[in-house]
Write a protein that binds this ligand. Sequence first.
Ligand code: SAM
Ligand code: CA
Length: 253
Amino acid sequence: MAQNGESNENQAGRHQEVGHKSLLQSDALYQDLRKYVYILETSVYPREPEAMKELREITAKHPWNIMTTSADEGQFLNMLLKLINAKNTMEIGVYTGYSLLATALALPDDGKILAMDVNRENYELGLPVIQKAGVAHKIDFKEGPALPVLDQMIEDGKYHGTFDFIFVDADKDNYINYHKRLIDLVKVGGVIGYDNTLWNGSVVAPPDAPMRKYVRYYRDFVLELNKALAADPRIEICQLPVGDGITLCRRVS
Ligand code: SAM
Ligand code: CA
């Protein structure tokens, strides 16, 4: 690399000589990692609200901590919600509540979050921090699968087009089913964010690449979702490489 005194030309030559793309890939990955650490250390951790830091540290000790929203994505969600002046929101997939807290802190005092998860225990790990931050009154937590709740809301009729923002971060094999319902519930001009749309990078891996079992299982669902969102005329989309990939969908009709 030019930084360590080697010219770009020599560097390219070295890659050709090696004749194997893994070296090139690991150089590129190393650079990406350095950029990511730079973002975290420069712009994210120094500005992370105390409550979010506390919740991040509690979550880090939990055995399923891989599921948590990253600090940079939490910061992104918080900013996005403020930019769109979100007031009425929904979250599917809470875990210990890091993205939920990022949302709750962004909403006005009379803002609302309908938060759903099949597991209440993990939510209760984070709840004392959310309470201490003074934002628990914005949250209506429902324990159980989200799909029947959405069906009930659609049947009710009064929730159509009422949500400013919906964050989907749960069972990836149901994202298409969520989308069919959420497109009715989000308002025109409102935003749905589907999380993990790069699915551990597996969306660009060859099908025979080694993958963890759960990554392989959900991969096809994520690939299908990405195609379906890109082809859906009712939304404008923007897929961002934040966290594990988030696709923002703005309802236009
Ligand atoms: N947004 C969370 C955060 O910031 O930490 C992470 C959510 S975690 C990736 C996914 C969550 O979805 C898990 O807590 C899991 O219990 C929940 N989940 C799985 N299937 C679900 C379903 N059918 N309905 C609601 N929640 C579900
Ligand atoms: Ca996620």
